[in-house]
Every structure is written in structure tokens, then in C-alpha cells.
Design a binder for this molecule. Structure first.
Ligand SMILES: Cc1cc2nc3c(=O)[nH]c(=O)nc-3n(C[C@H](O)[C@H](O)[C@H](O)COP(=O)(O)OP(=O)(O)OC[C@H]3O[C@@H](n4cnc5c(N)ncnc54)[C@H](O)[C@@H]3O)c2cc1C
Length: 531
């Protein structure tokens, strides 16, 4: 370690440099030891920088003394990316980091530039007042920050029609691991060493047919795993700065600290309708997804019968998710929605899908809002099943090409039966992205082994379908051990090169995104102690 050994020395030194807070009390360290993942890592100190200058000071201090930095937003991540052993730098939920710096609109498009600490729903509220919205609408809007959303390449149910957040990222401002401030819209601020190395890497990627082939083949898949190398494919269509901004989408705080984001927004669509389709068989529901997903619908969510039943146990279930059947929640928007509703009904009839009961269509805004509220509350309900019953985020964000979704689901059901684990299956089926929440009784022994074996089996199935371990929640610590298997050696090594370009000394978020570890390293103590 450094000349400044000892927690007290580090905290005092940092506090003498900064206007913001440097915290190392018990309560803070315990709070920042957790996020929404299965992991627990206690930091040395938590810094809440007052502004960008403050942030640069912390980062320069860390670079000089050889400390690791872990960027943290709202701490809502499910993959453990916001946990670190040394200095966690978290953006406070007030003041400087909540500012909207500019908003510009031009009929069908608008752009907003906001500080990275702004909560997602505060940004949406600002846009809504102007008649716009960010279509990448995460369900964690009340607890996640816009910088964290970009860093995880987040998206929401409407990704089927509108795509993930990277589609809306125009530019970012970030602090490099060496402490320089870069704004991708100002070419002069990008260090020449970064530009040169990215250019060399980009030429290599574009001229390597095997790397390029994999990227071209997977670019339509909804994935937030690994670095966003797709940005290199578009290099010639935009500026180097734009490409750089795109590369940060999904970077999980391993390349630099995002301080500001410029995002495109779209006019808020007032005309919406939501249809509920009921199936006795989950794979049949998945086949129906594949039949209707290309009709221009905005979202298709799947909710398994078991998920609805678990919500019923908590007495939140209502007669919409009735717990007897598996449900597809299909959303339509825009002028064509009534034509689309008829097209969906017709295709399902013509192709002979077996439905358990008549579809229900909601057109009233309050009814639609109630349905989405119910859908978005699934995870909070699952997080609250009881003191020993835990719906663990172990394999919670997998994805496959929707054409394989039905077969994939059958394989998953067999795996969960083999492991004798009840599992909530729900998520963004229209994009092939499923949230799987196996429920473990943590009072029973052998938990670490059970977690590892289950993850190996589920991810094994994901790889058989050439799918992804992270549809939208980013790689974090959870999926880092499986990244090489997903992308293959060549692309994995390319990702390592990206890391070296920005952070040659490995100071930013070690163990996140690229890691040789195991999925059960750093488990929460209550899971670790369950042998
Ligand atoms: C109830 C619930 C619902 C959810 N629903 C969705 C959903 O619909 N869609 C979805 O995509 N995800 C969802 N998530 C997962 C999570 O909310 C997202 O991954 C979110 O984008 C994380 O943002 P955050 O600000 O909380 O980031 P954190 O959890 O604090 O950090 C996540 C990662 O981003 C990095 N990071 C954070 N801020 C910065 C920054 N300023 N600069 C650089 N790196 C940074 C961290 O180092 C870490 O690696 C959900 C989670 C929960 C608990």
C-alpha cells in the first residue's frame, strides 16, 4: 500500500483536499457494502464529491497513492458493480449532481444534458413537462441515477421498439482514471493517447473478419455484457467523440467516472393500449411472443404463473395477473395501435395458438398505469419474501434471440426442476431478455455450491443458444466470470485492450467486468455462512 497507510490517514488527507464529504463511520460503510446484488464488500471510505473539480481531486489522489476507485450511482445495480474495497465515490442525491444543464427541442426530437447524479425519474419528469420522454425507461427509475444507467447500458420494457439507453446517448463528460476531464463533444478535450490507441484498435477490429463477424451477428441482440464494442462498427458514421461516448455505455465504472450525459429524447406518446394474453403453457406464451414481436408493438412482457402466485402470497395479486395462467403484457402506442391490436389477435388465431382465456385490452390511462405498476413491483415483492426465502440475483438478466425463447424456456424449466428450486420467470420477452429469480431457503446448507452449480447450468444453456449473460443490468462482478465464454477469447482479449487504453494501472473498479474470479466470491455474509 502507500505511505498513507491506515484508514484514518487516508480519510483525513482526503477531507483536507475536498469540499464534499468523506465518510468512514460504521453506518455509512455498512450501507455502501451492499447494493441489490448477492455481494458484500466493505469499502475503506466513501467520498461524496461536491462537484466535478472535487471528483477530479479524489481521482488524482487515488492515482497518486495507488488506491482503487469504485464509481457508484444510486446503488440499484444487481450485479455488484458499485461495490469496492477501497474508495467508493458516490454522487449525492442533491445539489450540483442533480442539475439539468440544458434542454433543446426541435419538433420530433429533443436533447437534454444533465449531471450524472440525477435520478432517472427526475430526468423523466423534467422531460415530461416539455412533452418528451426518454424511451429507455428503467423500472428502477426512483432509485437509479442517469450516470449509472449509462454505465450499465440500461433499458426498460420498451427496448423492443425503442432500444437501450446507448441509442439515446449523444455525448458524455467523464473523468479519466488519471484525473483529466473529457467531454466527448469537445474533441480537444480527449487525450491524444486515448484517441491514437482507440484508432489503432478500431482498425484492427474492423479488419479482423472473425471479430467483426461476431459483432455484426450480435448487434441486434439486446445485450449489456462486456464493453460496447458495437461502437467500433459505427466509427465511420460519427465522430471519435460520439464513438467514445458509446463505448462508455455498459462500461460499469471501469473506464472512467461519468459526470454528465447528453441524451436524445422523443415526444411523449399519449395514445397507448395494453393487451393481456393468457396461456396455460409458458413455452406457448414464448412462441406467441415470436409471432407478434415484429408487428411494431412497443413492449411484450412475460410473467409466469409462479411469479404471479408469489405476488399473490404477498396479497398484492389482483385479478389481472390471476395466478392460474402465464401472462403476456403487450403494449401498443401511436396512431397504428388499433390496427396492431387487430393484427395481434388475427395472427394468434390464424397460427392456432392455445390461449387459456380471452385477451383483455386496457385503453384507459389509469388502468394501463396500474398494470405497469404491478409489473414494475415484481422485483420489490420478490425482494421481500421472508427472512430466509431469498429470490437471489444469480442468473437474473439472461437473453437469447427471441426466435429461440420457447426452447430456451423449456431448457430453463428442466434446469430449475433438476436443481429443485422454485423460480420466478418474468421480463422483457419481446427482446428475448428474461429475469430469472430462483428462490433459495438460505437457512439450508450448501448454498455457495448450489448457487455456482445453478449458474453454471443456466449460463451453459444461454451459451448453447448463443445468448447473453446480461440483457440490461450490465456485467458487474456477477457475470464477469462468464464473459469470456460468452464472447470467445478474441473478443474478450479485445475488451482487455479497451481497459488498458483507459486504465493501464487497473485503478478503476478491479474485479468488475473483467475478472478471473468465481460467481461466489464476496457473497453477502448471510449467504457465505450458509454451508
Ligand atoms: C427494483 C429494480 C428494478 C430494476 N429495473 C431495471 C430495468 O428496468 N432496467 C435496467 O436496465 N436495470 C434495472 N435494474 C438494475 C439497475 O437499476 C440498473 O442497472 C441501473 O442502471 C443502475 O443505476 P445506478 O445509478 O443505481 O448504478 P449503481 O448500481 O450505483 O452502479 C452500477 C454500475 O455503474 C457504475 N456507475 C454508476 N454510476 C457511475 C458513473 N457516474 N460513472 C461511471 N460508472 C458509474 C458502477 O461502478 C457500477 O458498475 C433494476 C434494479 C432494481 C433494484
Amino acid at each position: 500500500m502507500t505511505a498513507l497507510s491506515g484508514k484514518k490517514g487516508v480519510v483525513n488527507k482526503l477531507q483536507s483536499l475536498l469540499q464534499g464529504q468523506v465518510l468512514s463511520d460504521e453506518t455509512t460503510l455498512t450501507r455502501f457494502s451492499h447494493d441489490y446484488s448477492i455481494y458484500e464488500i466493505r469499502p475503506l471510505a466513501v467520498v461524496q464529491p461536491y462537484d466535478v473539480e472535487d471528483l477530479q481531486k479524489v481521482i488524482r489522489f487515488a492515482a497518486g497513492e495507488g488506491f482503487h476507485i469504485t464509481p457508484r450511482g444510486g446503488g440499484s445495480g444487481t450485479a455488484g458493480g458499485a461495490l469496492g474495497k477501497e474508495i467508493v465515490v458516490a454522487l449525492p442525491h442533491d445539489g450540483f449532481w442533480q442539475q439539468v444543464k440544458s434542454f433543446n427541442s426541435q419538433d420530433t426530437h429533443a436533447s437534454i444534458t444533465a449531471r450524472a447524479g440525477m435520478l432517472h425519474n427526475a430526468l423523466q419528469d423534467t422531460l415530461k413537462k416539455e412533452g418528451y420522454h426518454l424511451p429507455a425507461d428503467v423500472s428502477s427509475a426512483g432509485i437509479s441515477q442517469i450516470g449509472g444507467n449509462v454505465a450499465t447500458k440500461a433499458s426498460g420494457p420498451h427496448a423492443l421498439k425503442y432500444g437501450s439507453i446507448d441509442r439515446f446517448v449523444e455525448h458524455i463528460e467523464f473523468v479519466t482514471p488519471q484525473g483529466e476531464l473529457v467531454n466527448t463533444s469537445e474533441p480537444g478535450s480527449i487525450p491524444t493517447r486515448i484517441l491514437k490507441q482507440l484508432d489503432t484498435l478500431s482498425q484492427r477490429i474492423l479488419s479482423d473478419t472473425s471479430i467483426r463477424g461476431v459483432l455484426e451477428a450480435r448487434r441486434l441482440m439486446k445485450t449489456s455484457s462486456g464493453y460496447n464494442l458495437f461502437s467500433f462498427l459505427d466509427k465511420n458514421q460519427g465522430t471519435a467523440g460520439k464513438m467514445l461516448a458509446q463505448l462508455f455505455a455498459g462500461s460499469n465504472g471501469t473506464l472512467g467516472y461519468i459526470t454528465q450525459v447528453e441524451l436524445l429524447a422523443e415526444p411523449y406518446e399519449n395514445s397507448r393500449a395494453t393487451m393481456l394474453l393468457y396461456f396455460a403453457d409458458l413455452a406457448e406464451a414464448a412462441r406467441a411472443v415470436n409471432a407478434i414481436r415484429n408487428l411494431g408493438v412497443a413492449a411484450i412482457e412475460i410473467i409466469s404463473r409462479e411469479t404471479a402466485l408469489l405476488m399473490g402470497k404477498k396479497e398484492y395479486r389482483n385479478n389481472v395477473l390471476e395466478g392460474e395462467n402465464h401472462t403476456l403484457l403487450v403494449e401498443f402506442d401511436g396512431h397504428d395501435m388499433y390496427t396492431q391490436i387487430e393484427a395481434v389477435k388475427q395472427i394468434l388465431r390464424q397460427e392456432g395458438f392455445t390461449m387459456a382465456r380471452e385477451p383483455v385490452v386496457a385503453t384507459d390511462e389509469a388502468d394501463i398505469a396500474r398494470l405497469w405498476k404491478l409489473r414494475k413491483q415484481i422485483l420489490p415483492f420478490l425482494n421481500n419474501l421472508g427472512p430466509n426465502l431469498k429470490a437471489l440475483a444469480v442468473v437474473n438478466d439472461v437473453g437469447v434471440d427471441p426466435r429461440h425463447l420457447a426452447d430456451f424456456i423449456i431448457e430453463l424449466q428442466n434446469i430449475f426442476t433438476k436443481h429443485a428450486v422454485e423460480t420466478a420467470i418474468y421480463g422483457h420477452a419481446g427482446s428475448g431478455n428474461l429475469h430469472l429469480r430462483p428462490i433459495f431457503d438460505i437457512s439450508q446448507g450448501g448454498l455457495q455450491g448450489r448457487i455456482k452449480r445453478l449458474a453454471d447450468d443456466v449460463y451453459g444453456a444461454v451459451f448453447r443458444y448463443n445468448g447473453t449473460v446480461a440483457g440490461e443490468h450490465g456485467t458487474g462482478r456477477l457475470k464477469a466470470p462468464y464473459l469470456q465464454q460468452e464472447w470467445g477469447d478474441k473478443i474478450y482479449n479485445t475488451m482487455k485492450e479497451v481497459k488498458r487504453i483507459f486504465d493501464p494501472d487497473g485503478l478503476f473498479n478491479p474485479g468488475v467486468l473483467l475478472s478471473g474470479g468465481s460467481i461466489t466470491d464476496n457473497l453477502r455474509h448471510e449467504l457465505r455462512n450458509s454451508f
